[in-house]
Design a protein around this ligand. Structure first.
Ligand code: MG
Length: 254
């Protein structure tokens, strides 16, 4: 069921989104060779608590998972696509890329957003991957307006990516707001005109995931981390977006 948000919920999500963007930017500034993904997780949780908010992913058991997610931040390095678990053993190295994915609970509402950032100097191929994935997110957001469908978002992303990188299948964007994951499903590829119609008051997370190599992914033995099947790198960008009367508003920005 798609939940349209009240004015009060939207106002709370707008504030949550500002805080969210601030925290993601500050965690990104900590990314450098030698830091562990666990240290980034600790920093993110501290920032959320300083705001008086709660991490949304910690303790949350998504569909299909056997155990609750154990951390605040999701850290997916290089060939890890999404859902990487922070670890004291995972030290970042020059030339890596890391996706930082965060969910925040503020006054009973949720926002969801992610960025992928370089660790020191990265290759041109990785730089292209980050730029195209981020731009794919904004192209998807541009397709959001009342009367458009979720398929229009997927179609816009797929058309823009145009086989330069492969689009991960089996993972997608989603409604967000009253829950961290709610209806509808927001595809990263597909046909225009298909799926649910967008209506003012809907709040959705759009999150393209692009791979340098194959589109196929596997789940690692920890039961959470999704990695590319061929071990080649992957990037992920995400915003929480409100459908407005005239188009849309990105909520997870400053
Ligand atoms: Mg999400």
């Amino acid at each position: 069921m798609i939940i349209l948000k009240t004015e009060k919920e939207i106002a709370a999500m707008r504030e949550a989104g500002k805080r969210h963007a601030d925290i993601l930017q500050r965690v990104a500034l900590l990314v450098k060779p030698g830091i562990t993904t666990a240290e980034l997780d600790v920093a993110a949780e501290k920032m959320i608590k300083e705001y008086g908010d709660l991490p949304a992913f910690k303790g949350y058991t998504p569909d299909g998972a056997k155990t609750p997610y154990p951390a605040t931040l999701i850290t997916s390095v290089n060939e890890e696509v999404v859902h990487g678990i922070p670890s004291k053993k995972r030290k970042l190295q020059e030339g890596d890329i890391i996706a930082l994915d965060l969910g925040i609970r503020h006054e009973g509402v949720f926002t969801d957003a992610a960025i992928t950032v370089p660790v020191g100097k990265i290759s041109k191929e990785l730089n292209d991957l980050l730029m195209v994935t981020e731009e794919a997110l904004y192209v998807g957001i541009d397709a959001v307006k009342p009367g458009a469908t979720v398929g229009d978002i997927g179609f816009a992303i797929q058309s823009f990516v145009n086989k330069r990188f492969s689009i991960v299948e089996g993972f997608s964007g989603h409604g967000v707001g009253r829950h961290i994951h709610e209806d509808p499903y927001i595809p990263n590829y597909g046909k225009s005109g298909q799926g649910e119609k967008l209506v003012p008051g809907m709040t959705i997370a759009i999150e393209p995931m692009l791979n340098v190599g194959t589109k196929y992914v596997k789940i690692l033995p920890d039961g959470y981390t999704v990695a590319t099947k061929d071990g080649k790198p992957s990037a992920h960008f995400e915003h929480t977006v409100l459908v407005t009367e005239t188009g849309c508003e990105i909520l997870t920005k400053i």
